[in-house]
Design a binder for this molecule. Structure first.
Ligand code: MLT
Length: 409
């Protein structure tokens, strides 16, 4: 008889965005004529950059000829993409990364979810609250989270990010082994300054902790003083693993490509105290469980760093950030308090008094036909907020704001 991993049974029945999709589908059945505007899941709407499409077409043609066909590629990714990442994403920040520290994957979600494979089940975990649900759910599956009551997992240290603390989390009051940070933040759309991030790196150095740093939204940073990578902070290469994605940077949500930096210096210990470099273990894990991102996809990702690719991708990011600006202004004009949306594609909206975030979500869906994400779905401190994404089409974004303004008057 096969025994189930009972930790899975502790999970809420659906992943947050699957739950929302279910509610939206139910709405569509009962309201077939309603014109829905989707500002829920952070999925992009603009097409891939022409430079990416051309590179992918060329790669498809290569696959059609015996002489240029590619079968299995390196599990870690092709050197052409790894070199482009090092040069364009890190050298410009003055950060030195070795090719063997870069692991190309099918996206940051998989890597954030799988990274715990290398770490014991009894490590203590610290997460921002609200938080991207993958960090918690994947640790629930691994048995690191204890029991769930009143919106909290017993073995997780929650680090509230609230209006009161300006969405800047305090350092944990008790020691944690692994800390998940996401900046620019999903879902609040807020950022940390270099000084604020430095406090976390220093915490990890002082407490022998590891930071899992998700910087999937770094391309949306507008303020030159805000760090794009945790490795801009001295000492971070000893304690941090960084996740990046082409999904939001270059519209790859449906193509799937991301990468993870596992510096050689980052270690965890055995029970006997022996230090083990995680780079070696992650390489071993990937070689066993992952057969690499497709050649065609990696050629497309490489083109993001070409001169034309960079300009085209930047133009799309400007488009989304203009959406964010219009949304923020429009919502504030209705008297709503809005955070984020300046260095990130997410707006974190304070729900009007007396409503829960799920209730406000339902009202937006049923009364103005707009899909959002209720803040409570991201954790206890998300109650009282709603997340809206700026990844929409411009006309729809403007229409959504007009609908909300009209509705709130
Ligand atoms: C989100 O809406 O939070 C993201 O799109 C989800 C993801 O990237 O997996």
């Amino acid at each position: 008889m096969a025994l189930v991993n009972e930790h899975f049974l502790k999970l809420q029945s659906n992943y947050l965005f699957a739950d929302i999709a279910k509610q939206v589908n139910r709405f569509k059945v009962t309201h077939p004529k309603a014109k829905l505007i989707r500002m829920g899941i952070g999925d992009v709407t603009q097409p891939l950059a022409p430079a990416v499409i051309q590179a992918m077409h060329r790669a498809v043609d290569e696959m059609a000829r015996k002489e240029t066909f590619h079968g299995y590629g390196p599990e870690q990714g092709y050197p052409f993409l790894i070199d482009a990442i090092i040069k364009h994403d890190y050298e410009r920040l003055g950060v030195f990364i070795e090719p063997s520290e870069v692991f190309i994957s099918d996206g940051a979600k998989s890597d954030c979810g799988n990274i715990g494979d290398m770490l014991r089940h009894d490590n203590s975990i610290g997460v921002l609250d609200p938080v991207y649900p993958v960090y918690i759910d994947s640790n629930v599956m691994a048995g690191r989270t204890g029991t769930f009551a009143d919106g909290h997992w017993s073995d997780i240290v929650y680090l509230p990010c609230t209006e009161e603390n300006g969405f800047v989390p305090q350092l944990p009051s008790r020691r944690v082994d692994i800390i998940y940070l996401c900046y620019p933040n999903n879902p609040t759309g807020t950022t940390l300054t270099k000084e604020q991030l430095k406090a976390w790196v220093n915490y990890a150095l002082a407490n022998d902790a590891i930071i899992m740093y998700d910087s999937a939204y770094e391309a949306y940073i507008q303020d030159p003083a805000i760090p794009h990578s945790i490795y801009e902070i001295k000492g971070a290469k000893n304690v941090a693993i960084e996740f990046r994605s082409f999904s939001k940077t270059a519209g790859f949500t449906g193509v799937r490509c991301g990468y993870t930096i596992v510096p050689k210096e980052v270690t965890a210990t055995t029970l006997k105290g022996e230090r083990v470099p995680l780079n070696k273990l992650w390489n071993r894990r990937q070689c066993t469980k992952f057969n690499g991102t497709s050649y065609i996809t990696q050629r497309g990702a490489e083109a993001v760093f070409s001169t034309e690719g960079k300009a085209q991708v930047k133009a799309t990011i400007r488009y989304y950030m203009e959406n964010a600006r219009l949304m923020k202004e429009g919502l504030e004009a209705c008297g709503l308090r809005v955070y984020g949306g300046v260095n990130a594609p997410y707006l974190w909206v304070k729900v009007p008094d007396g409503l829960t975030s799920w209730r406000f979500f339902e009202k937006l869906l049923y009364e103005v036909n707009i899909v959002s994400t209720p803040g409570a779905g991201f954790g206890p401190s998300g109650e009282g907020y709603l997340r809206l994404t700026a990844f929409g089409d411009r006309d729809e974004t403007q229409e959504a704001i007009e609908r909300i303004q009209h509705w709130m008057r």
